[in-house]
Design a binder for this molecule. Sequence first.
Ligand code: PEP
Length: 256
Amino acid sequence: MALRKLVAGNWKMHGLSSDLVEVRAIAAASHAYPQVDLALCVPAILIERAARAAPGFAIGGQDVHHADKGAHTGGTSALMLLDAGASLTIVGHSERRDAHRESDDEVKAKAEAALSCGLNVILCVGESLEVRGRGGAVDTVGAQLAGSLPASLDGEAELAVAYEPIWAIGTGKIPTTAEIGEMHASIRASLGSRYGADGAQVRILYGGSVKPSNAGEIFAITDVDGALVGGASLKAADFIPIVEAAAAVEGRGFIA
Ligand code: PEP
């Protein structure tokens, strides 16, 4: 059975007070698409202002520390994100796994810390171009999941997994629909092995160069339960057509 779609924006290190107009515009437009869940993950320092600008709209962080408090200069805990008005956070984005050398163990600890505080989590996985080229994408992502998925899904907070091939992020290149379908099916199987029947309820998002022009085709693939969108989430004029594409696919048939 198809899951309700989630379209989440990742603003990365973009966003000033002057950009809150985009948050407001996206939140206002979201009322036209009640069949789709939406969220914007903004820089930690913008969360409180974004949450105030768009009451009731899901605002998220882009990373979280695994500890609840302590001597972690520059760190932001899950409770701090919640306190600022966030309802979700990304963990394990490839830019953090790469630039901040975050291991699967660390990503798992972050996901567990966030979920245990009631913060929804989007956990990212994805392969490099070199790995894709030598045919190791499915195994690599499987290993990332084995190492970074939280041990259980006991609490109220929701886990989603985002498949983000690193070579597709910000490049305009995307895998074929067959490659996305193969990977999402494999992720679904990993979720089933880890969580049993509950694994079928975990949404699997695709991320990497999602645009208004390709969103409809991507959302129609089996087990693509939404998208994590970087560049095209910065402006309502780009993001809303992607949401519209998700809404249009709801209730339609799926392609393999
Ligand atoms: C991302 O950074 O998570 C992402 C998917 O970026 P983009 O949509 O710009 O490729």
